[in-house]
Design a protein around this ligand. Structure first.
Ligand code: ADP
Ligand code: ADP
Length: 215
């Protein structure tokens, strides 16, 4: 289990005049299911990128189980994370290879099950994905990216608008599968639609780089 503690954290991109995110005190406790909402540009992605060591933290501390993030070997952190970012990356190669990228040990049966969870079972494991996934629709790319997550044993899931290219019903069905797979895991989801939020343990509302509501 991993706990994240933000303490007086200020994140500022070098090209910008003011911080993209400021967090006085903010905690992500193990096993919680958190939605982050707020207008475009309010700092949601930046907050998540910080947890992945990708954001320029200028001052303050981001602690991972009490230890400063920059003192932790990124590999040892990433191994415990399941991440879906807005730009999904694909190899060309078969669907099977794309899935096994997430977990080299994953067998055919597990991969097939993962495809079912994201409603891609009309694809076969041998089907080829073209370079950059150009033969997949936006929604299919997103679902294939999510299928990978079900093949990994991660304690924290960080999802940046994981279902933005899906219709509302598919979104709800896949979010339910994620829920089933993450009973004991931490899940942080940046959401653009405000439906289905009642199941969350916590909702964070961001505006102008700050958490303005939390509960
Ligand atoms: P959200 O995810 O809520 O849309 P972001 O975290 O992407 O918000 O952006 C927060 C602010 O930081 C915005 O003003 C955005 O323009 C700025 N920003 C995000 N990424 C970068 C970057 N790589 N370089 C400079 N500014 C950035
Ligand atoms: P959606 O309506 O979900 O956006 P599309 O209409 O883009 O889906 O794609 C429908 C089907 O056509 C998908 O199965 C996708 O794999 C296939 N497809 C999309 N683009 C191409 C392409 N350039 N070459 C071959 N097949 C494609």
């Amino acid at each position: 289990p991993i706990q994240f503690d933000f303490k007086d954290v200020s994140i500022q991109y070098p090209t910008e005049k003011k911080p993209a995110v400021r967090l006085a005190a903010f905690q992500i406790k193990p096993g919680t299911n958190i939605a982050i909402v707020g207008p475009s540009g309010s700092g949601k992605s930046t907050l998540m990128q910080a947890m992945l060591t990708f954001a320029p933290i200028q001052s303050g501390q981001l602690l991972v189980n009490g230890e400063e993030l920059d003192k932790i070997a990124p590999d040892s952190l990433w191994r415990q994370l399941n991440v879906s970012l807005q730009h999904n990356h694909f190899f060309y190669g078969s669907i099977y290879e794309n899935l096994r990228f997430a977990n080299k040990e994953a067998g055919e049966e597990a991969c097939q099950e993962a495809l079912e969870k994201v409603q891609l079972s009309h694809f076969s494991l041998e089907d080829q994905v073209l370079e950059k996934g150009t033969n997949l629709s936006g929604g299919e790319k997103q679902r294939l990216a999510l299928a990978r997550l079900f093949l990994r044993d991660a304690s924290v899931w960080l999802l940046d608008e994981p279902t933005s290219s899906l219709d509302a019903i598919t979104e709800q069905e896949i979010m339910e599968e994620i829920e089933k797979a993450t009973k004991y895991q931490t899940v942080v989801t940046i959401r653009h639609r405000l439906t289905g939020l009642e199941k969350m343990d916590q909702i964070i509302v961001m505006n102008h780089g700050e958490v303005v509501e939390q509960g």
